[in-house]
Design a protein around this ligand. Sequence first.
Ligand SMILES: [Zn+2]
Length: 252
Amino acid sequence: MLMIHCQPDAETQQKAGLAISFDDHFIDEWFALRPMFNQYGAKVTFFITCPDSLSADEVAKLRQLQSDGHEIGFHGTIHGKSTELIIAGPDEYKKIELTPGMSNMAKAGFKPTSYAHPGGNHNEQVDSVLRANGFKILRDVSISKRKFKGFQMYALAPRLMPWIYYSFDNERIVDALLIDEDAGLTTVAMNEALAKATSTNKALMLFGHEPLYGKPKNGEYGFYVPFLEKILREAKRQNLKFYTMSELPEIN
Ligand SMILES: [Zn+2]
């Protein structure tokens, strides 16, 4: 049999990139970042936790973000502890955490295909229920800084955390690195982490919560917007591609 070998296309072989996601319900605050996303050509994923309904204004904003090329994913109805909810059985877990929020999303015209585990809490049974309900990719949480009894024990350089890189192996259960202020990441560490995505032809996965313009106060948890902008600028400088979460397992 004659085999025809096509010359690999240099363009399609270059996959190195960045997949950024944002969790919870900071829809107004994320929407305010639109000009910055547009400036750097960044496509990101918003994981919405959706306890009751979305307001008309929130729906309009999410639709605009979606039509900009961003993805709208799901982050649970009650942001519960799935490993505890699942003890009552898969149906009970679905009834509490998945069905109400997903039906609110559907009413608003969204059909999320990616899921971020609330609090990074999950197990195999939870994952299998989520997969059976149509989620193509499940995102967990990874943090570089570890504290023990209030003391910082170690801060692992992100470039030394292979699990926060997507290898384009169709993996559907992934970890993203927290970029919130309390993760204590530096610009140097992030530039090195991005350089590693380039040199290994992988996608670095990052996530954060509320966009902040100063140090967190009054229980705020989120990332410093100028820090995110430095990441986007460096990603653009290194010619990294931007991926939404559901795109990752689709790329061969
Ligand atoms: Zn969350």
